[in-house]
Design a protein around this ligand. Structure first.
Ligand SMILES: [Ca+2]
Ligand SMILES: [Ca+2]
Ligand SMILES: [Ca+2]
Ligand SMILES: [Ca+2]
Length: 329
């Protein structure tokens, strides 16, 4: 029984390695996708004034040891001077792309047919810049067919400085944040060994920059369980909507051949609604930061003919040793 198992193990390892090592083996890939699109992002308040804003976007890609990065930044004063340019594109860094070219601002999913690593992002409108609700799109996607490693990330960071003073006898500061978001994640492995991981992280943080050192932190997690957290004395944050079960802070991963794991995956638009109400803010200045990151990491295991032979010899050696041990015992 023991001998039979070991022979089968060796045969299976050799057969699998030979299949993976043959060029052009049909549909061998290690794939990953992370996509986040936000529309109708609105900051609504009757008491708080925005005094300045900054947007930064960073796209990175790594493929088989080569790396590239594209970044862009703009800033301005609401209703005043800005470096963010005219709409429709408020901020548009070039795509970071390696391997087979996949285009600029291509937010369609390229899929598993060719080898590439890519990340891209764009802000197409921003409430503070042009008065329309903010919209952004972030994608990170890569696929290994003959290569061994790939990773990529698209990141948006925005900071808005806010100020307000409570009038005598007036109410404390309050605002709401609402938006629609479509997250799509997929990791898949076919006909080869490897690992693939997809991450999406979305964080909103309001920090007191005068009058105290508290903060409000919200990581939308898809459940309406009140996980917007406040350490500002007297202030409250209530989730009014959180994505109908779809988290914007999610990781999926696989190391299984074959496998195809998906999270809210739909190449078409499939938006959900998210929102919080913040109230009870004392007079002072604040910084509101929004951070969104989509990223992928993957490795493809490549058994080469020479190492394949060594693996085979090693496995036979182990089996032989086991047999000898058993014989001795
Ligand atoms: Ca872009
Ligand atoms: Ca929640
Ligand atoms: Ca989706
Ligand atoms: Ca979608």
């Amino acid at each position: 029984m023991t001998k039979y198992f070991k022979k089968t193990l060796v045969a299976a390892a050799v057969a699998g390695a030979v299949a993976a090592g043959i060029p052009g083996t049909a549909s061998a890939f290690v794939y990953g996708l992370s996509h986040l699109e936000v529309q109708n992002f609105a900051f609504t308040t009757t008491s708080i004034t925005a005094t300045s804003y900054t947007f930064t976007e960073t796209n990175t890609a790594v493929l088989n040891g080569a790396a590239t990065i594209q970044t862009a930044q703009c800033s301005g004063v609401p209703g005043g001077a800005t470096t963010c340019g005219a709409p429709p594109a408020v901020l548009d860094p070039l795509a970071a792309q390696l391997g087979t070219p996949t285009g600029e601002n291509n937010f369609n999913f390229v899929g598993t047919g060719v080898e590439y690593a890519r990340a891209d992002s764009i802000i197409t409108s921003a409430q503070l810049v042009n008065g329309t609700p903010s919209a952004t799109n972030l994608i990170a996607e890569n696929n290994l067919i003959t290569g061994t490693n790939a990773s990529d990330s698209a990141q948006l960071q925005s900071t808005t400085n806010l100020t307000f003073t409570v009038a005598p006898g007036g109410s404390l500061g309050a605002f709401s944040l609402t938006f629609d978001a479509d997250v799509d994640q997929r990791v898949a492995i076919s006909a080869t060994g490897g690992t693939s991981q997809s991450n999406v992280q979305t964080t909103f943080r309001l920090t007191q920059t005068s009058g105290g050192s508290g903060f409000i932190l919200w990581n939308p997690d898809g459940t309406l369980n009140g996980n917007c957290f406040s350490t500002i004395v007297g202030a409250s944050c209530i989730e009014v909507a959180d994505g109908n079960g779809i988290s914007l802070n999610n990781t999926i991963a696989t190391g299984i051949n074959p496998s195809d794991i998906q999270y809210s995956y739909n190449p078409a638009a499939d938006f959900n609604f998210y929102g919080i109400n913040v109230a009870g803010l004392p007079s002072g200045t604040y910084s509101l930061s929004l951070s969104a990151v989509v990223s992928d990491d993957k490795v493809r295991f490549v058994p080469e003919p020479m190492s394949l032979a060594l693996v085979g010899v090693a496995l036979l050696g182990i089996a032989g040793t086991a047999r000898r041990r058993k014989h001795k015992a």
